[in-house]
Write a protein that binds this ligand. Structure first.
Ligand code: V47
Length: 371
């Protein structure tokens, strides 16, 4: 693709003309990373200025026992496996209490599809957490888990979400989306919610006022076209509901999975994927870099390629580390500040719903609080 082609796309973006499927595919196939990044950065600056958001959160995975056993997943186990685990409510509360001093504002809870745990267990997890730490936002259960709860509890998606919301659920994470395409799901994750079911859970959640994120797991069997169609399906639903907050592209980690012959996407590919996501998803307020999967170096650079949000302090991460991630499992607030400041941007600590908690000046000492 020639530079002229990218210039034409830039003119369209300036005029508010959306990126077409054809142009989005052409961008992903281009190697002109710098031009694509500059365009994405311009869009990012329009949306978030010089701000780079981050949050202070704690990931919790309630169980690794899963009936789905997706081919890309190294975290899941069968019941009875030596390293299979499920947390009791007390286990969960113990983790929560240990995170108290870290100043966390969010629990991020994603788990396997357990064959026996009843829906009541998940309601209890949420209400018990809310009971001891009411100020912490609970972002829990992917659309795939919500769909599974509706099947095991014989309830509608709406009823499942209403009961969780009543127990204290604050929002939904974006996982389980993988690639929203029948061929891909049929090959790598045939036992869980379909693309249509994933989107329907999100549509229902948004209609109830629950915000959510969206992800895409890329770098395995999907084609370039399937990646772009995934983004376009999200863009279309966002036009309808406006309920998505951020999009998080997740690069596939192949180690210990049933797809071991794939290679992890390179830094070049990851930056391009983030930048193209920023350009296609013009109606998503935020593009988030999950540094656990990208590595800190790429996550930092991504702040110049359309990303305006770094997730998060995390504390303990099991899904990617089961699949060979070499990143740390945790990062301090100070380290995040340093990474962001080094790019010339202004670190902004946010809560899960992107309310500003604190704006940190470029000056190391100074920090202001927005009310
Ligand atoms: O749904 C599973 C993915 C997701 C692998 O919403 C893998 O803010 C790479 O969704 N290599 C769970 N990825 C994590 C997730 C997430 C992470 C950070 C922030 C948010 C958010 C959501 O991880 C799964 C799946 O798509 N995954 N196995 C793997 N081997």
């Amino acid at each position: 693709m020639s530079k002229n082609f990218i210039r034409d796309i830039a003119k369209n973006i300036d005029k508010g003309i959306r990126l077409s499927r054809k142009n989005a595919i052409a961008l992903i196939e281009s190697n002109d990373l710098i031009s694509i990044g500059q365009l994405a950065n311009k869009v990012k600056e329009k949306k978030s200025g010089a701000r780079a958001y981050f949050n202070v959160n704690r990931h919790i995975n309630l169980t690794n026992i899963c009936v789905s056993r997706c081919k890309f997943c190294a975290f899941s186990r069968d019941k009875g496996d030596a390293d299979a685990y499920s947390m009791t409510i007390d286990d969960v509360l113990g983790i929560a209490r240990s995170a108290r001093d870290l100043g966390i504002t969010e629990f991020h809870i994603v788990s396997g599809l357990h064959p026996d745990l009843p829906f009541d267990y998940y309601l209890e997890v949420i209400s018990a957490l809310k009971n001891i730490m009411p100020e912490v936002h609970i972002q829990a259960f992917t659309a795939v888990e919500i769909d599974y709860f509706s099947k095991i509890a014989n309830l509608t998606i709406k009823e499942v979400l209403l009961r969780l919301q009543k127990a204290g659920l604050g929002s939904l994470p974006g996982g389980g989306a993988e690639i929203l395409n029948f061929r891909v799901r049929d090959t790598v994750c045939s036992k869980k919610a379909s693309a249509g079911e994933w989107l329907e859970v999100m549509r229902t959640a948004h209609s109830l006022g629950l915000k959510s994120n969206a992800t895409m797991l890329y770098g395995h069997i999907e084609t370039v076209e399937e990646r772009i169609d995934h983004l376009l399906a999200l863009r279309e639903l966002q036009d309808e509901t406006g309920g998505f907050q951020s999009f998080i592209p997740l690069p596939f980690h192949p180690q210990n999975t049933q797809l071991p012959d794939f290679k992890k996407p390179t830094a070049f590919e990851n930056l391009k994927m983030l930048a193209v996501s920023r350009l296609v998803l013009d109606n998503f307020p935020h593009i988030k870099a999950f540094w656990i999967m990208l590595g800190l170096k790429v996550a930092q650079l991504s702040l110049l390629f359309g990303v305006d949000d770094l997730d998060g302090t995390v504390v303990e991460e099991k899904i990617t580390h089961s699949a060979g991630a070499e990143t740390e499992q945790s990062i301090s607030r100070e380290e995040l500040l340093e990474l962001i400041r080094a790019t010339g941007q202004v670190p902004v600590e946010r809560d899960t719903l992107y309310n500003v908690l604190r704006i940190y000046d470029q000056n190391r000492e100074g920090a202001s609080v927005e009310t």
